[in-house]
Ligand binder design. Structure first.
Ligand SMILES: [Zn+2]
Length: 270
């Protein structure tokens, strides 16, 4: 059953990646939700098999079958990335003895990750975090915290307890809001501050402190690397949302003992 559910989650993740890509475009352009049903260059109507995620891209070698215009590689990476993320989530959560509790847990994890993926795609491409993205992630996180609060699932570090989630939100929002205010939106936008509500709820206190620290380290390294590779200048900004999103998602996958060791090392008795 674990294999089947994981495979299904992979296919589902790959399928909604192309949907989220369109949603992120729409959040910026306010255009209609047309999807990928037509080639953007020649207008050729895509056949059903040309809409199958991943496989269609590989089969067409990333080109439109009529005009040969390049289909952005972004689609392949988004579909593979979200497919793997969803597939691994299912693999970790579901086992052959899983009941309704684990399936509900997986459901809310995938809701949260869908919201985060939308924020990731939109911020990466358009430097915007749509309200629909962080709100979806908050809905998922609320479900996760509720599952734990009502003892539906086994008690672990993640998802956090209700009080930890509350404190996590408070810390993350205040911390990023200070950055946004001091820099007047140059280092940190208000979209990042809204996103912090979801991140604080997902990992809670004290893990949110480490999550934010990792985000800043990651952002600094990548920013520096881009400047050194001359892909960006010091004055150009890179979107910070993706760096905020990666650590909390990773925390849902690393072994619990690593997180506990991390907390113990910094003297958080947990
Ligand atoms: Zn075409």
């Amino acid at each position: 059953m674990q294999e089947l559910v994981s495979l299904f989650a992979f296919v589902y993740g790959a399928a909604i990646a192309s949907f989220l890509d369109v949603v992120s475009e729409r959040a910026v352009n306010h255009g209609p939700l047309t999807g990928r049903s037509h080639c953007p260059a020649c207008g050729k109507k895509l056949l059903w098999w040309e809409l199958v995620p991943i496989f269609s891209w590989l089969w067409l070698l990333g080109k439109c079958s009529q005009c040969r215009v390049l289909i952005p590689q972004r689609h392949l990476f988004e579909e593979l990335g979200l497919g793997l993320l969803f597939g691994f989530s299912a693999w970790q959560i579901i086992s052959d003895s899983s009941g309704a509790g684990e399936f509900t847990l997986l459901f809310f994890v995938l809701i949260s990750f869908s919201g985060l993926a939308l924020a990731f795609f939109a911020d990466f491409r358009f430097y915007i975090i749509p309200d629909s993205a962080w709100i979806t992630a908050v809905v998922g996180a609320t479900g996760l915290v509720a599952l734990r609060a009502f003892d539906v699932i086994e008690q672990r570090l993640l998802p956090p307890a209700f009080s930890q989630a509350g404190l996590g939100i408070l810390l993350a929002v205040v911390f990023l809001a200070v950055f946004a205010m001091v820099s007047r939106g140059a280092w940190m936008g208000w979209g990042d501050v809204k996103l912090a509500v979801a991140l604080g709820a997902l990992v809670g206190y004290p893990l949110i402190l480490f999550s934010l620290a990792f985000s800043f380290i990651l952002g600094a390294f990548v920013g520096l690397a881009l400047v050194m590779l001359r892909a960006k200048t010091l004055k150009q900004t890179i979107p910070f949302g993706p760096f905020l999103i990666i650590p909390p998602v990773v925390m849902y996958f690393v072994p619990e003992i690593w997180l506990r060791n991390l907390l113990a090392f910094f003297l958080f008795s947990n």
